[in-house]
Design a protein around this ligand. Structure first.
Ligand code: NAD
Length: 512
């Protein structure tokens, strides 16, 4: 518990600077910093150091130096460290969740939920010795055996977004580490403290120094990771323009890259759906975490005008009771947006929607939260009769803004989804099995729900969208992660009997 206690003390003494974790130590290079805000109050609470190329290279060097011994550590021993890490995460759940809420803004219960989903990825990593088993074939030729094994890549890096400061990094490094790689994480500079705190627990769990490193920073740090020859692979999660840039730059520098991008997830509501259940589900999916989830539902496609009227009426009633406020104060359903810039951007989209002619049924722009006049609060907003040509329909807004589009048929609804540039998640609300089956079979989206609005795969499946929501071949976490973080080697072996010389054969080896 030593590190956790030290960290708790540091935090209660008001940690001022968020540094880096390099070779098992928290280091501060004295370089440039950027303010970190509490979005609930609008106050600066810390400064985060912004790593330059030299600091990033130091972390890469530490990871490279730690690789040979870590690669030689038996997988069962690596997994045992993950078991202890899981326990430490559970013991420190309150501290971690508070840190997340303090810098991100999401309500405390939501932070706890995020952490739990992260822990499930650690549980998956505990299973590594089984997952890393290769395939063996005896007698592929006369006296010849052959087998495939999964070898670690070396130094791998993760670059993560603000919206899941703990869970998304946990999608990456438990699997990468347990597979025998060493890691450099570059979390979001907007809410860096929980992302830096959690990997320190790995040291307490027994991880050797240098195996896991964290650098805080922005573009300079990312560009160093993308171009440094020692980094073998990059996992990225963030917005689509940066995902595309990371994929192109990392690939051009010979790295294996998976880059998960943005989303605009649609939920179809069919006329036969249980509307009350659908509306409850949509409230959480649209406004939970202030809409700042890549699996959030910002678009409802109502099939038929009666369905549209019922959905809009019930959502309006529910929005009247939704409590907005500081995520650390009990009883609130939705916290603030992450930064002032993001608040201005989302609010600007609400203004734009009105200009574009959509019907703003619920206007959250003028919300006031008592005691927090400088927090970045926006109430839940609901637009009806949104048209596919509008910017508020096309763009990822990433805020508490739900757009209702009305169509006449299931096929029209599905055509809308298929035509959209993103393909992360989607869902249909229906009681009709035939509709559900047709939808799940044919929709061009990576993660699909039936009466489940946030169909986020559990840790032992993998997470990935289609179209411009994912660049690369393999999805995040689960079975795909074990493939992403290892490369296959196939060995073919014969031990000729002593003194028996094989004759020369010029033909291609075969079993004939
Ligand atoms: P972002 O793209 O702004 O930042 C992500 C990471 O990239 C951060 O670490 C950031 O420091 C870095 N970065 C930002 N600009 C950069 C640049 N010009 N060059 C190099 N690196 C840069 O994303 P965000 O605002 O932190 O997160 C929200 C976005 O992430 C949304 O678009 C959301 O849909 C997406 N997201 C996607 C998934 C998914 O699984 N598909 C999951 C979570 C979030």
């Amino acid at each position: 518990m030593q590190i956790a206690e030290e960290m708790n003390q540091q935090l209660s003494a008001d940690l001022e600077k968020v540094g880096h974790l390099i070779n098992g130590e928290i280091v501060s290079t004295g370089g440039p910093t950027q303010p970190v805000y509490n979005p609930a109050t609008g106050q600066v609470i810390r400064q985060v150091e912004m790593a330059d190329q030299a600091t990033t290279e130091q972390a890469i060097a530490a990871a490279e130096a730690a690789f040979p011994a870590w690669r030689a550590t038996p997988p069962a021993k690596r997994a045992r460290i993950m078991f202890r890490f899981k326990e430490l995460l559970e013991q420190n759940a309150d501290t971690i969740s508070r840190l997340m809420t303090e810098e991100h803004g999401k309500v405390y219960a939501d932070s706890m939920g995020e952490l739990q989903r992260g822990i499930e990825n650690v549980e998956f990593a505990c299973y590594a010795p089984e997952l890393l088993k290769g395939e063996h074939c005896r007698d592929v030729g006369p006296g010849i055996d052959s087998w495939s094994e999964h070898q670690p890549l070396g130094v791998v890096a993760g670059i993560t977004p603000f919206n899941f400061p703990v869970m998304v990094p946990l999608w990456m490094y438990p699997a990468a580490l347990v597979a025998g790689n060493t890691f450099v994480l570059k979390p979001s500079e907007k809410d860096p403290t929980s992302a830096l705190f959690v990997p320190q627990l790995l040291k307490e769990a027994g991880l050797p120094d240098g195996v896991m490193n964290v650098i805080n920073g922005g573009k300079e740090a990312v560009d160093t990771l993308l171009t440094d020859k020692r980094v073998q692979a990059i996992s990225f999660v963030g917005s689509t323009p940066i995902a595309e840039y990371v994929y192109a730059t990392g690939s051009a520098h010979g790295k294996r890259v998976q880059a998960l991008g943005g989303a605009k997830n649609h939920a179809i509501v069919m006329p036969d759906a249980d509307i009350d259940n659908a509306v409850s589900a949509l409230m959480g999916a649209a406004y939970g975490s202030c809409g700042e989830r890549c699996m959030a539902i910002p678009v409802v496609v109502a099939v038929g005008d009666e369905t549209g009227d019922a959905v809009v009426g019930k959502l309006t009633a529910e929005l009247a009771g939704m409590k907005v406020g500081n995520g650390l104060e009990e009883g609130n359903d939705m916290g603030p947006l992450v930064t002032r810039d993001h608040y201005e951007k989302v609010r600007g989209y609400v203004d734009l929607g009105v200009e574009e002619g959509a019907e703003l049924v619920v206007d959250g722009r003028d919300i006031a939260v008592e005691g927090h006049p400088d927090g970045y609060y926006l109430g839940g907003c609901l637009f009806d009769r949104v048209q596919p040509g509008m910017k508020i329909y096309q763009d990822e807004i990433f805020g508490p803004v739900l757009a209702v589009v009305r169509v006449d048929t299931l096929q029209q609804a599905m055509d809308l989804i298929d035509a959209h540039e993103y393909g992360n998640g989607t869902c249909v609300f229906t009681r009709d099995g035939e509709v559900a089956r047709y939808f799940t079979d044919n929709i061009k989206v990576g993660m699909v729900g039936v009466n489940v609005p946030l169909p986020v795969p559990v840790a032992y499946h993998s997470f990935g969208g289609w179209k411009r929501s994912l660049f690369g071949d393999l999805s995040a976490y689960g079975p795909d992660a074990m493939r992403f973080y290892t490369r296959r080697k196939t060995i073919t072996q014969r031990w000729p009997s002593a003194g028996v010389r094989e004759g020369i054969k010029y033909s291609f080896p075969s079993n004939h």
